[in-house]
Design a protein around this ligand. Sequence first.
Ligand code: SF4
Length: 350
Amino acid sequence: MKRIVGPLLQWYETNARTLPWRQDPTPYHVWISEIMLQQTRVEAVKEYYRRFLDRLPTVEALAQADEDQLMKLWQGLGYYNRARNLQKAARMIQEEYQGHFPREYEELLKLPGIGEYTAGAIASMAFGKPVPAVDGNVYRIYTRLKADASDITRGPVRQRIRQEIQEIVPEKEAGAFNQAWMDLGALVCLPNGAPHCSSCPLASCCRAACQGNPQAYPVKPAKKERRQEERTVLLLEYQGKYLLQKRPDQGLLAGLWEFPSQEGRLGLGQLQDMLSEWDAQEDEIELLGKGKHVFSHVEWHMLGYLIHLRKLPDALREETWSTPEEMQEIYSIPSAFRRYYQKIQPGKLQ
Ligand code: SF4
């Protein structure tokens, strides 16, 4: 493995991507960008990163942010626990580290939401510590280089690979080394589609490329089937405001705002029965069509209705009613509802 270090660093010198968080790699910048980049494409993260830093430029500002503001800044990125953990960690840095980011890998690991990869990225990129940052890119490139058919979802396999990478981290260029894997994985040794082996700096020592089957690696077991759920989403409108409900504090999309929904797909007749039970009188019901959202373990298959109410039912009087402008500014509505949200906020970022 030692043989790859030189060519990898040389390649990175001329091929590194220009990314906003690389211009000034403070621990805060590296941290926020790395957490955002989990499960989200680089191009999509850029605008979120800019807005986040604009509103919450320091650990202190993040620690003091209002929850709704934080959720609003995260709206559309999904996996909202990441944002909650960012704030918990920011508060811990303020309280236990007097506002100074811990510099050591082991200390970073104690912060909420920071695992081995993120701790490695911050320690190496912001503090120059010789530790690896091993993510999906590294597992993929490593298993291809060695034609290693081990199941990379297994803990011991991941630990072994991490250990091998740890042994070749260059003492003085750990940040560049770790970012080189990221960029090689994003630009050359691609996760989906054929890797560009002919332009890869590591091709001469890559077993999978020699065997002609790089896409056979990494080996992962078949994924479990996701649970399928049908839901009917109701956009209830009264005098220009829409009914919103806050989701429970635990579980899927915890604590976020949503349009009310019911399990199952209600037909028009069932919907009208439900409205009469609420003593709600409608002027017009508009069918908004089907929508689908895929979470990691469940898929929602939705059917949406826009219901213009003539009279506000007593049962819903004390609920939260929001104008489209307030939805844009205050309430964080998960992207699962994007299709319906855009009916009342055409073209707005979600
Ligand atoms: S030679 Fe091909 S398969 Fe091997 S590391 Fe490079 S891009 Fe990936």
